[in-house]
Design a protein around this ligand. Sequence first.
Ligand code: NAG
Ligand code: NAG
Ligand code: NAG
Length: 306
Amino acid sequence: MAWICKKKWVIASSLVLAVSLFVVLVNYSEKSYSQLQLMLGQGLSPRWILSWQHKAPRAHLGYVSVPKKEPLKLSCDVCSVVSSSGQMLGRNAGPEIDQATCVWRMNNAPTLRYEKDVGNRTNLRVVSHTSVPLLLHKPQHFFGPASNGTVYVVWGPRRNMSPDGNGLIYNMLRRAAADFPSARIYVTTDERMDYCDATFKRETGRDRITSGSYLSTGWFTLILAMDMCKEIRVYGMINNTYCKSEGYRKVPYHYYEAGSRDECAEYILHESAPYGGHRFITEKAVFAKWAKKHPIKFFHPEWQLS
Ligand SMILES: *[C@@H]1O[C@H](CO)[C@@H](O)[C@H](O)[C@H]1NC(C)=O
Ligand SMILES: *[C@@H]1O[C@H](CO)[C@@H](O)[C@H](O)[C@H]1NC(C)=O
Ligand SMILES: *[C@@H]1O[C@H](CO)[C@@H](O)[C@H](O)[C@H]1NC(C)=O
């Protein structure tokens, strides 16, 4: 009898020991991973991290939820990144776009009525602070149950995104999160915004602020995608020489705004604006450089990258 009790006790205590060991291990690996990310400036991903980050959703400290400030956890194998360009029109890329593990879009770009060209799935939207009011025109569609768990990653300057009560856009997002508790809304941290600026300076030699420009939503999207996707397939983005090429396609700047200024006119206007422009063309030259080191491919129009 005594030895049976003893045996039970041994089994029970080993179980307790095993469980605690497991908990310690899990905590430890999460912690060391976050520290590692901090050490690496949240941006650079050596191959060996890439190789295991896709097994479990990776927590990214550069993007935090509203209002709880929990880091964004995401893991995508193949990402379709769908640009909002008029280049999307008439290419029938929808079915191909939807085949990816994750479909990413920008701002309020619609799928309804454009499914054939842009697909019908949306897993994530990268959203400019200036587009948040546009999402709030259709709060049920974007944040209600119909949003199908879409993740929103909003970027913007401190003055609009400050969570201290003075950030106009942050306040809108906080209200949306209160109205739609299941909405998955994240904001880009100040540190991450600085990192995106620093990346622009490193790649172009120009200071974003003193050169009077704003980074585009495409810039923030590609930086996030390089951290979160194993393979990136970009649709509808033109390259840096496109607007100088013979007989280029004249398309609206946004596929969902027929009759607006055409894309190249908009790009050239922005590129040369002394103040407050997006350097779309400069950014595209940087993307071409990134595509040599990261698995990024561009379709419709296709980029020739060697
Ligand atoms: C989405 O598009 C695919 C074809 O690309 C189609 O089979 C599917 O039914 C569509 N889903 C919805 C909900 O429209
Ligand atoms: C959610 O999915 C439904 C059905 O597939 C689609 O009609 C709707 O547009 C989607 N909503 C969003 C915000 O993507
Ligand atoms: C850029 O686009 C133009 C027009 O589509 C094309 O002729 C050129 O080969 C492209 N260049 C690169 C590097 O992809």
